[in-house]
Design a protein around this ligand. Structure first.
Ligand SMILES: [Zn+2]
Length: 270
């Protein structure tokens, strides 16, 4: 990309990454995108390329904030199923133009997001994101209750979106996968701005709180050992939050991207 000149006559502009908070469709998001900036007067100008990049960054930040699949996730899920856009559109019974738009920055509706997940998250694919176990909301609650007992703290709180609890769950699930070959809860985790979080947490958290732990498969001694190990390593909400932010497997993922269980061996804090 050739740098354009500042229209105010200050000479060539400089390509910079601009990270700023903004509001999109009423949701506050942060977006990092490239733009040309005049070093003299600060004027920002985009090009066709930077404008397209910005549109995608905004759409993806918005989707991540709402717990919707991002364009990258839709594309990655489709490719993991080895489907072309055309094949995928036929399976979904929709036009190929819609697939193209969702993969390049148009935000899908929540109901379409649900349909996309249903179609794309087949058994084979989900294993690397569920740790060889079918997700059990009751078991997530059971593991949370175990942490509460060991840490002598209330973790399942009202009006709480598992900002901290999700980190304890994440470490427990990933450590269990690493040591026992299977996650504890079958939960998928996404790289959110505030660390690893249950994928689709806005939909799941209320149902987890409402679930009945009696229907969950009881935890084995080995699984209890995993939970104790995580609790001893990270005895407070702050310590687990801090540790999770040091993990490269979270740092290196795009916002909203799923963290595969195959990364469990790369954790550095436990
Ligand atoms: Zn200027």
């Amino acid at each position: 990309m050739n740098a354009p000149n500042c229209p105010r006559g200050h000479g060539p502009m400089e390509l910079r990454t601009i990270d700023k908070p903004m509001t999109f469709k009423g949701v506050e998001i942060r977006v990092a995108a490239q733009a040309f900036v005049c070093q003299t007067c600060g004027l920002e100008a985009g090009t066709v390329e930077t404008a397209a990049e910005l549109q995608l960054a905004i759409a993806d930040a918005y989707r991540a904030a709402l717990g919707l699949l991002t364009s990258g996730e839709i594309k990655a899920l489709r490719k993991s199923r080895r489907l072309t856009q055309k094949e995928f559109a036929e399976q979904m019974n929709i036009g190929i133009a819609s697939i193209k738009r969702w993969e390049t920055g148009t935000v899908q509706s929540p109901s379409m997001d649900h349909a996309l997940r249903m179609q794309l998250q087949c058994r084979n694919h989900s294993d690397n994101y569920s740790g060889n176990r079918e997700i059990s909301l009751a078991r997530i609650k059971l593991v949370a209750r175990c942490f509460e007992k060991i840490l002598k703290a209330r973790l399942l709180k009202e009006k709480d979106w598992f900002l901290y609890l999700a980190k304890h769950l994440w470490y427990a699930d990933f450590l269990s996968f690493r040591e026992l070959g299977r996650s504890l809860t079958g939960a998928s985790y996404a790289a959110m701005p505030y660390g690893p979080q249950l994928n689709n947490y806005k939909e799941l958290v209320p149902d987890i709180k409402d679930s009945d732990t009696n229907v969950a498969e009881p935890l084995s001694d080995e699984e209890m050992r995993i939970i104790r190990k995580v609790a001893e390593r990270f005895p407070t909400e702050k310590s687990v939050f801090k540790a999770a932010h040091k993990e490269k497997v979270w740092q290196e993922r795009n916002i909203g991207a799923l963290i595969p269980y195959s990364c469990a061996g790369e954790l550095t804090e436990i």
